[in-house]
Design a binder for this molecule. Structure first.
Ligand SMILES: Cc1c2[nH]c(c1CCC(=O)O)Cc1[nH]c(c(CCC(=O)O)c1C)Cc1[nH]c(c(CCC(=O)O)c1C)Cc1[nH]c(c(C)c1CCC(=O)O)C2
Length: 343
């Protein structure tokens, strides 16, 4: 990975132009993805079919030549491997058999079933062989808190109130669930690295809903434990933390030594980041997915501002959250060209 722009940036080297990849770059905005999407009976079957998963991983690389591919999978393969029933309803998102009270935790296995995740690791090996050295391969997992929000509510909710309530009412049981998830995700990231992932990202999409105190216990500490354990086992591999919507609490994540970079969401204030986070710390982000959808002069301006604002530090260009399904291909082409100084 010596001449890879993404890995070099994650190692702290500023580039002339930032490397670029997009969260959810594989997926429904691509006609070629929509074409193969129904080749599997369900979304999880799709994720567990190495040939389909590799194809979906490579599609955005072929089309746009991003600097990194992210393995096509989902954060909810972990609750699935723990024995919870996970389904994806078309147009509605994930549905899980919810954990309502502590006795429901008994539906989970004491350890995740790693053989169930075998196809994910196989897909990573295949994708790594198919990609050139100029393209990094990113593995990922959901952070324990974000996984727990879906496991307890059984679905996405606007404020993740069910998991927050559960944690207040049953802190010891909730801690046990978080510990189980720390163990499973640490293992999942390690095996993805052994299979060929060059970097891994921990998505804490729901870190922002946690109040002080709860935030440290359920978001920050578990992520630090995972990052430290993975770094100990794989010192060469780069780790990206993505705590969404945490505002000034980004400084707490910046203190986690084992994280090589921090992903920042759309609402993050780049001038505050410039003042508050060491300029040697690589930052990833933070274009608004809605401005990419809108396109035009607003898109060009937003791209230029981000490139300029982060020009004094190692920066990986990305969105602040996942790409939206109706996003026009032409806008993504424009984005890549402009970030590379070609448009
Ligand atoms: C919370 C979360 C999930 N999954 C993920 C997160 C964290 C990031 C975030 O906050 O968006 C992460 C994820 N999900 C998916 C990827 C694949 C790689 C990539 O980024 O391209 C990644 C990295 C595929 C997917 N995961 C899902 C799809 C759409 C399913 C389909 O094709 O029908 C894809 C391509 C489904 C999914 N999976 C999840 C939800 C809430 C949904 C439904 C909402 C939606 O549809 O976007 C759980």
């Amino acid at each position: 990975m010596a001449d890879n722009k993404l890995i070099s940036t994650l190692s702290g080297k500023k580039q002339d132009r930032p490397p670029i990849w997009l969260m959810r770059q594989a997926g429904r905005y691509l006609p070629e993805y929509r074409e193969i999407r129904n080749k599997a009976a369900s979304f999880l079957d799709f994720c567990y079919d190495p040939k389909l998963a590799v194809e979906a991983t490579l599609q955005p690389i072929r089309r746009f030549g991003f600097d990194a591919a992210i393995i096509f999978s989902d954060i909810l393969v972990i609750p699935d491997a723990l024995g919870q029933d996970v389904r994806f309803e078309v147009g509605e998102g994930p549905r899980l058999n919810p954990i309502v009270t502590p006795p429901d935790l008994k539906m989970l296995k004491p350890r995740h079933d790693a053989t169930r995740l075998g196809p994910v690791y196989e897909a990573i090996g295949l994708a790594r062989s198919a990609l050139g050295q100029e393209t990094a391969l990113i593995g990922f997992c959901g952070a324990p808190w974000t996984l727990a929000t879906y496991m307890i509510a059984g679905k996405g909710t606007p404020d993740q109130a069910p998991a927050r309530q559960f944690a207040y009412r049953f802190p010891d049981d909730f801690q046990a669930l978080i510990d189980l998830l720390v163990e499973a995700t640490t293992e999942h990231l390690s095996v993805q690295i052994q299979a060929g992932a060059d970097a891994v990202q921990i998505f804490d999409s729901w870190a922002g809903v946690l109040p002080c105190g709860e935030f440290e216990r359920w978001s920050l500490e578990p992520i630090a434990r995972i990052a430290e354990a993975v770094k100990r086992r794989h010192p060469q591999t780069k780790l990206i933390g993505f705590p969404r919507a945490v505002g000034e609490r980004l400084t707490e994540f910046a203190k986690i030594e084992a994280l090589d970079a921090i992903g920042v969401d759309t609402s993050a204030d780049r001038r505050w980041i410039g003042r508050s986070l060491d300029t040697s710390l690589p930052i990833q982000g933070n274009l608004d997915p809605l401005v990419l959808l809108a396109g035009g002069a607003a898109l060009d301006r937003a791209i230029d501002n981000i490139v300029e604002d982060f020009s004094h530090r190692p920066h990986i260009f990305n969105l602040g959250h996942g790409i939206l399904p109706p996003t026009p291909i032409a806008h993504v082409e424009r984005l890549v060209a402009r970030v590379r100084g070609e448009a």
